[in-house]
Design a protein around this ligand. Structure first.
Ligand code: 6CS
Ligand code: FE
Length: 303
């Protein structure tokens, strides 16, 4: 298959144009969307959108309880799906929760989320990746700048930019506890990165990503061309939806306040994975879903 978004092919960084729409349902159908025209405009322009009123307080409390129950149940467990911090045994992420855990499967199938995601992607969807990210006070480490799509394209074989990440804040997000930072407008450029992807790169990159991190000139270009850097802050339960190619990162958490979130990536059923564009072997199913097995393919309602 032709590679529209080459990356990690040589030792240069290059800024390419996006070749896919940001919103995949025609804008003439805005009135059928579950969110407002202003919200759609904002998502299309900035590459992300914060929704603050989707879950009730009880639902948020349930989700918060559920992530800690899962963390407790996972403490002594040696599983590839559990990622520890680079310099400690603290749990950084637990993967594939939409599949392995009944409660999170229900959250992933929440019709209110699906309605928004179906509209943005213009089709039925399935979960490409899910994880809980724990960023404990004092100890949680950073995620360097990256476009998720770059990794999903190179390492997983996601052909086009037709996926959206849904990050549900499960602790209050301040500007200072290592929140998600995004570069508005960056979804419109693809930073083709330098380097070559070794086999099993994910074993290192999920603790600390090195490949697929743009150079300083490209990041400066994105921030200067777009709207600088945005930090959606807000109460636990607020949701940030961001386009697969939106440049983002987060700093370490040196405050006493944890920053936890549930992160689910929805991909269009018309954008299923092919062989990785790196030419390497695919990453495991718990990081990048290829099969339409139980819990992977969500019952869609896109019309
Ligand atoms: O590997 C992944 O799929 C995700 N994790 C990291 C650290 N970077 C790329 C992407 O967001
Ligand atoms: Fe990311």
């Amino acid at each position: 298959m032709q590679d529209l978004y080459p990356s990690r092919k040589n030792d240069t960084f290059k800024i390419l144009d996006r070749k896919d729409p940001v919103i995949h349902t025609d804008r003439s159908k805005d009135d059928q969307a579950p969110i407002s025209k202003e919200q759609l405009d904002s998502y299309e322009k900035n590459g992300f959108l914060q929704v603050t009123d989707l879950f009730s307080d009880d639902e948020v409390a349930d989700m918060q309880k559920a992530i800690f129950e899962l963390q407790d149940a996972t403490k002594g467990v040696e599983s590839e799906k559990v990622i520890r911090e680079p310099e400690s045994e603290d749990i950084r992420s637990i993967f594939h929760v939409h599949h392995d855990d009944n409660y999170f499967q229900k959250v992933a199938n929440d019709q209110r989320i699906l309605d928004i995601v179906n509209h943005l992607l213009g089709s039925d969807v399935y979960v490409h990746q899910s994880r809980i990210n724990y960023k404990p006070g004092f100890k949680g480490k950073e995620f360097d700048w990256h476009s998720d799509f770059e990794t999903w394209h190179v390492e997983d074989g996601m052909p086009r930019m037709r996926a959206v990440s849904v990050s549900i804040a499960l602790s209050d997000n301040y500007t200072f506890n290592g929140p998600l930072m995004l570069i508005p407008g960056s979804q419109n450029y693809y930073i083709s990165c330098a380097g070559e992807t070794p086999d099993d790169n994910y074993k290192e990159s999920l603790k600390k990503q090195k490949l697929g991190v743009p150079d300083e000139d490209s990041l400066r270009f994105l921030a200067e061309t777009g709207g600088g850097i945005s930090v959606p802050t807000g109460k636990a339960g607020s949701i940030t939806l961001f386009e697969s190619n939106t440049m983002h990162g987060s700093t370490s958490n040196m405050t006493p306040y944890p920053r936890n979130n549930l992160f689910m990536v929805y991909n269009s059923v018309e954008n299923r994975l092919v062989d990785p564009y790196s030419g390497g072997k695919p990453r495991p199913e718990y990081i990048a879903v290829r099969e339409s097995g139980v819990g992977a393919h969500l019952s869609g309602s896109y019309s």
